[in-house]
Write a protein that binds this ligand. Structure first.
Ligand SMILES: *Cc1c(COP(=O)(O)O)cnc(C)c1O
Length: 336
């Protein structure tokens, strides 16, 4: 099976499972799981933060960041298509009484600087209190320009707002640019990292921040049901991924680039964009269902849409993307 629907679909490798089986564990709600503590301390240090907390998912980590930065009647500014606003069930509003202020984004994923400045509310009883600006890197596979990040975090600081980075795929940005985790996290008050995307761990995310922020986050994590017990088993998988699966993200990026180049030669469809481990392809709507079914019959899983996303990862090799391109080419030659 070749599964290009997402980089979340990876299975733990034998070596990762062996590391998990050997992990030293304790009860993390009591603060005594050594594997969790080691992962938290090591990654916080590497990213330039004082502290970190291990979460079952990046969604819960992002939600916790909202709950710590904002209270009832506060608001956060985020991109209209950002994951934290668009793809997390409205958690901030559902559980925290926090109002989102979504703003439109350009093709690079940037909200307009003037739009952000205009969206920051004055201190007036008519308005929600603006507390937080959220960015996402990578956004739909694209690395946010560093000067833009610096300008936005600078603006937040100047206006007394906090800034949060949803860095679910920040390791892809790091490998693509050669910038360290610390460089990419600089200027933010908190950052979410995910280990179950391209890094290939089965479960796990980290929320990074200052000491006081992370203490408050641990309280919310417990409230949300994210306090886990012998979670060192999971942290060990993340630690393994950190050691063995970061540099290899360059392979995923190369495979996505090749897939993009090969699909660009297929008449009937067009490649809209390609960045890091993602390829976006325009497929005429009448083709979508047939092409998806035809690929599935050939053990290729792609969610075919008018704007189809294909994502490369640990379980996809060069011969796999070659086969996907040739099968799509064959279907298009016969049907378009
Ligand atoms: C996948 C994703 C998340 C959520 O991650 P889960 O661990 O699946 O909850 C958050 N933000 C971004 C940008 C993502 O791609």
């Amino acid at each position: 099976m070749i599964d290009l629907r997402s980089d979340t679909v990876t299975r733990p490798t034998e070596a990762m499972l062996a590391t998990m089986a050997r992990a030293a564990v304790g009860d993390d709600v009591w603060g005594d799981d050594p594997s969790v503590r080691m992962l938290e301390m090591e990654v916080a240090d590497r990213a330039g933060f004082a502290a970190a907390a291990f979460f079952p998912s990046a969604t819960q980590s992002n939600l916790t960041a909202l709950l710590v930065h904002c209270g009832r009647g506060d608001e956060y500014i985020a991109g209209q298509l950002s994951h934290i606003y668009h793809d997390e069930g409205g958690g901030g509003a559902v559980l925290g009484g926090i109002q989102p202020q979504p703003l439109s984004q350009d093709a690079q994923g940037r909200m307009g600087l003037e739009d952000i400045a205009a969206a920051i509310k004055d201190d007036d009883i008519h308005h929600a209190r603006t507390r937080l600006i959220c960015l996402e890197n990578t956004f739909h596979g694209k690395v946010l320009p560093q000067d833009y990040i610096n300008t936005v975090t600078g603006l937040a600081a100047e206006r007394g707002l906090a800034s949060h980075l949803d860095g679910a795929r920040l390791f892809n940005a790091s490998v693509a640019t050669g910038k360290s985790l610390a460089e990419l996290c600089a200027g933010f008050d908190s950052v979410t990292l995910c280990f179950s995307k391209g890094l290939g761990a089965p479960v796990g995310a980290l929320l990074l921040g200052g000491e006081r922020f992370i203490s408050a986050a641990r309280r919310w994590r417990k409230t949300l049901g994210g306090g886990m017990r012998q979670s060192g088993l999971l942290a060990a998988a993340c630690q393994y991924a950190l050691t063995h699966h970061v540099e290899r993200l360059a392979d995923d990026h190369r495979h996505a680039r090749l897939l993009g180049e090969w699909l660009a030669c297929v008449p009937g469809i067009s490649v809209a964009e390609q960045a890091t481990n993602m390829v976006y392809v325009n497929v005429p709507r009448p083709y979508c269902a047939d092409l998806e079914a035809w690929l599935a019959e050939r053990d290729i899983l792609v969610a075919v849409r008018p704007r189809t996303r294909m994502v490369t990862h640990l379980d996809v090799g060069e011969s796999d993307v070659r086969r996907v391109a040739s099968e799509i080419g064959a279907w298009c030659a016969a049907n378009t």
